[in-house]
Design a protein around this ligand. Sequence first.
Ligand code: IPE
Ligand code: IPE
Ligand code: MG
Length: 246
Amino acid sequence: MPDPRPTPVPASIDLASVPHHVAVVMDGNGRWAQRQGLARTVGHGAGEASLLDTTYGALSIGVRVLTVYAFSTENWRRPIDEVRYLMNFNQSLLQRREHELHDEGVRITFSGRRDWRVPKRVLANMDEAAALTAKNKVMTLNIAFNYGGRAEIVDAVRRLVSDGLAADKVDEKAIRARLYHPEIADPDLVVRTSGEFRISNFLLWEMAYSEMIFTDVLWPDFRRENLFEAVQEFQRRERRFGGLDK
Ligand code: IPE
Ligand code: IPE
Ligand code: MG
């Protein structure tokens, strides 16, 4: 299991400009398993070590928010056995890890729809982990679960309507305030593993000006060193937000 102790941080990472919020599309579990002749679900299980190691790596360099894409609103299209595995796996991962993450000062939050398809016991565990860690300040681990970027925008618009906002009061601030976690700043860096070059309905609103890094590494092989490499690459980028260079 990952070593929670601080590891030496590469000298080439500038600790003064670490991305505040890193978001990760944890992809490639199925292919990782299939390449070894194993069931896809074995790949999901192997992703737990990657998640823990990446979380500790993020803690060691002072990342303040780590959002991870665990289950999308489209993942219900998968075979029922895989969906069931993912529901059980995410619940048991929380049960097994919430206390150790709590000890590290990690606040656990969730982004996504709480719809009828998510088993009640899974929702109860999510609530328990969120309540246990609610006051923690070191880092937020935001788990995107039954999450879709379009669903999040639809949910925000529904709230705008039910709040009775007049058309001329609808602006970016009003929409942003109704996202799942308005208190969380937009991701500075988005990493996607497994060599796929797409967004797959992740953080559509929040990613407007994120730096994107795509790596061929499959999620079960991803470790904190891969995060550090992504952060180094991020630090070589120049962000302009539509303006001109300084
Ligand atoms: C990511 O791995 C995990 C989830 C989407 C839940 P995949 O299961 O998508 O693995 P690949 O992309 O098929 O290899
Ligand atoms: C995105 O991966 C969702 C998660 C990592 C949870 P997918 O594997 O579902 O995305 P597509 O289908 O390749 O676009
Ligand atoms: Mg995939």
